[in-house]
Design a protein around this ligand. Sequence first.
Ligand SMILES: O=C(O)CCC(=O)C(=O)O
Ligand SMILES: [Fe+2]
Length: 321
Amino acid sequence: MNSLPIIDISPLYGDSPSAWQSVANQIDQACRQWGFFYIKGHPISPARITEVLDHAQRFFRLPVEEKLKIDITQTRHHRGYGAVATEQLDPAKPSDLKETFDMGLHLPADHPDVLAHKPLRGPNRHPDLAGWEPLMEQHYRDMQALAQTLLRAMTLALGIERDFFDTRFTEPVSVLRLIHYPPRHTASSAEQQGAGAHTDYGCITLLYQDAAGGLQVRNVNGQWIDAPPIDGTFVVNLGDMMARWSNDRYLSTPHRVISPLGVDRYSMPFFAEPHPDTQIQCLPGCQDEGHPPKYPTTTCAEFLLSRFADTYAYRREQQAV
Ligand SMILES: O=C(O)CCC(=O)C(=O)O
Ligand SMILES: [Fe+2]
């Protein structure tokens, strides 16, 4: 249990049902044993990754006053820039040593959910950088499609219809996040982690990490193991919503980032989440015979909002007013 599986998902895009099934089985096994795996053979090109990464670096190098023009803490729908220490993923540690940009599905001001002030719904807030908006909006759509391809493969082992997730991921509340981890300067400064130990909140996360390293995953024996960068891959992991949906058949595994010494690190997680009103209720094939489901039914939005309040002080304050 010392290295994560690497799964070539290219057969999910081919026309051989048996090859498709073999990939689906590998994904199922990784979800049960680890809740974490790498994928290769996906359709996101290296040129796209380089382009998005270049834009991320351009953005994070702007003066902080410029970045704060789209301050995430000034929104109710969780879009824009989060300065260093806005988030505290591990309550036993100092706030995280990272800055972030978050975007979601862009909904215009006249969309019914926006008119009704539904949480997590609204327009994106992009920085004023040439080429940024079309690139990021396209990348968001492509990452959403990749997530749904993986979810479709999971339906086989979960015993649900092939389009179960597709019908629930319409107008999703998925988030594309760009992260910059400033360098750490001394060995002892590891106390303030890049990202404190946490499990993800949602369904499935697809993470691109640059070459700096620092991501660690806790294995079933409680040991932290490195999840090093591997060229051309995404690290995939499941979040708490999928653990609930699958009645803990699929694992939501703790992970953290120890910022590397002396170098900047950039990463880009895509958190795939369904439509906010989706009922998260034990999947029919996942209930253990003679036992009730482990978790009460909730909705996607209700669950995500409760988890946001745990890690963002500003959201706790907003909910109190
Ligand atoms: O930056 C990384 O490598 C991981 C980030 C992460 O775990 C998160 O944002 O949930
Ligand atoms: Fe995470």
